[in-house]
Ligand binder design. Sequence first.
Ligand code: G
Ligand code: G
Ligand code: MN
Ligand code: NA
Length: 255
Amino acid sequence: LTLESELRRAIERQELTILYQPIVRLEDRSVAGFEALVRWDHPKLGRMAPSEFITIAEETGLIVDLGMFVLDQTAKQLSIWQRAMRSREPIFASVNVSSRQLLRHDLIHDIRTVLSRSSVARGTLKLELTESLVMENPEHAAQMLTRIRELGTGLSLDDFGTGHSSLAYLQRFPFDTIKIDQSFVRTTNRGTRPVILKSIIALAHDLGMDVVAEGAETDSDAVELYQLGCEYAQGFAFGEPMDADAAMRLLTEVR
Ligand code: G
Ligand code: G
Ligand code: MN
Ligand code: NA
């Protein structure tokens, strides 16, 4: 069997696993939401990271079914979490989207279907897209993203700072959140780090967007990010990608 046909079968049989990594409020370290990150438990090769199969999925078009599976499972999981913690501000979940899903497929139909099958609070299901994805076809992407926002779906600009787009594109797409790429947080250049982080954070806030810093690995990263005005962070300092049950324990544990 080729990897392609094995992947097709794994999607049909729902043999993919979704892990969830917490995104916390730096103010009090409470969990604000999760990013869904897919894994493939291959019978012979073991657990595979997305870098080992997402490209095949994109090239073969399997990403459409894979993406729908991740979206649907995440929305269902999100409604379970929200029901379990009814009294607090509803948490969100964000799902990574590939260009083929947005630009060569009816993603809007999929989102509608997923939202109708689950009972997530409005605005709490979010998509993550990279700059390079929206730059592939800016006109079409802008149209699609506007319609997706109208469905009450959040939009995060992922890996911010690594693309080649001009900052003007930030105005053109209806993103509500910027995710600062981990390279800016994990850099060993501790002199320039606060300068760059501070200006990205200010830019996002001036544009009315939320900011999530990725790759916060230590407590001192968390402290520094908070001092620089960043309100959300994600990284090993707060939790690695975990299964849905572990995420539920994190949400419901007595703090
Ligand atoms: O979990 P890990 O660090 O291995 O994830 C690496 C990258 O894989 C993520 O940054 C993301 O871009 C991509 N990825 C993870 N899950 C999904 C998914 O469900 N769909 C798509 N399109 N990409 C994903
Ligand atoms: O490309 P994207 O940002 O969507 O994927 C995030 C990936 O980064 C996840 O696959 C996750 O495994 C990884 N990651 C998350 N937090 C940390 C961290 O603190 N340090 C490192 N090295 N990787 C992280
Ligand atoms: Mn992401
Ligand atoms: Na990212």
